[in-house]
Design a protein around this ligand. Structure first.
Ligand SMILES: [Zn+2]
Length: 329
């Protein structure tokens, strides 16, 4: 595995064309013949799922990346029983099985059911073990065009041209990654486990219990549907991903609103009309003021994501039958 033992690496500074950026990914996927575990696919997913959590310099910490990485693998291994390597168990599988034993957890428990302390413990161990193998390897396999990294500072910094490129082609790159990952898993897993592989991979970091976010929003702001203004109660309300989950693949408070069940089911995977984009920005500014959101450029960020979603095929704009006054919270 070239690159895996590097302590740090720097992306190539020169300007490169979109064709060369594509070639960086296609060479990653064509090198799959030599791959012994699925780590690179998982790490690429961890970066893509964290794409909108970078700081202004496009940096992501190992902690951010390996928290996601641990969550993805926890669910693939325990919930879906998918082996990630052909011969012996990977370190990752060992860490996960040992943690189940250590905390006496029930079989198949999803990651979201762990306590925060358990999650911190698992993702810390995964980071300590897996950072050795995956960061330098993915850096080399993408022809040093993806990111710089430092194992000492524990962060990566994405090459700006590559960042824009991935934002523009996020859905396509993600699908390519899932496809190759699924092919890899298909070879080393029994047929029952290997059914519906693409959705298992896609939903490996999807959380079903969003009541934590509902409670914060309910307490702070909203006893009305964000979209139609109809009154809601704690038992008659749903947590909606403003930018659809299928695009963003991440759960962050700044992307959640409370909606009545009707609006939530009608909106589904669509973007809400642009008036609501301004409304969520105002709402988020209030939360920044109260230090409930720690990203001061959040309005800029969510507008950027909204635009990228449109460019990635989310071009159906949804409007509720009855629209709440936009300044009405
Ligand atoms: Zn509604």
């Amino acid at each position: 595995m070239p690159g895996y033992n590097l302590k740090e690496g720097f992306y190539r500074e020169e300007h490169v064309s979109d064709d060369e950026l594509w070639a960086a990914f296609t060479s990653l996927f064509s090198s799959q013949a030599t791959m012994v575990s699925s780590y690179k696919y998982g790490f690429l997913k961890a970066i893509i799922d964290n794409l909108y959590n970078t700081d202004e310099e496009l940096q992501l910490s190992f902690k951010q990346l390996f928290s996601k990485f641990a969550e993805i693998y926890w669910n693939l291994i325990l919930k879906y029983h998918l082996k990630q390597q052909s011969k012996k168990k990977t370190y990752l599988e060992q860490i996960i099985h040992d943690s189940v034993h250590k905390y006496a957890l029930p079989d198949g428990i999803p990651y979201e059911s762990l306590t925060d302390d358990m999650m911190d413990d698992v993702s810390y161990q995964v980071k300590q073990k897996c950072k050795k193998y995956v960061i330098g390897a993915l850096f080399e396999d993408t022809k040093r065009l993806f990111y710089s990294f430092s194992k000492k500072e524990e962060k990566i910094k994405i090459k700006p041209e590559m960042y824009t490129f991935i934002c523009k082609h996020k859905v396509a790159i993600e699908k390519l990654n899932y496809y190759e990952w699924a092919r890899f898993l298909e070879r080393i897993n029994e047929s029952g486990e290997a059914d519906h592989l693409l959705s298992k991979i896609d939903e490996s970091a999807k959380r079903s219990n969003l009541s934590f976010y509902r409670d914060i929003l309910f307490q702070e702001f909203e006893n009305k549907c964000f979209y139609c203004g109809r009154p809601v109660t704690k038992d008659y309300v749903e947590v909606d991903h403003f930018i659809p989950w299928s695009f963003i693949k991440d759960d962050q408070i700044w992307n959640f609103v409370l909606a009545c069940p009707e609006c939530n089911s009608k909106k589904r995977d669509k973007l809400a009309q642009v008036g609501f984009l301004n409304k969520i920005c105002e709402r988020n500014e209030i939360m920044v003021g109260k230090k409930q959101i720690d990203s001061p450029d959040i309005s800029k960020r969510i507008k950027m994501i909204y635009n990228w979603a449109q460019k990635n095929g989310y071009d159906k704009i949804w409007t509720p039958r009855k629209v709440a006054l936009l300044n009405d919270r």
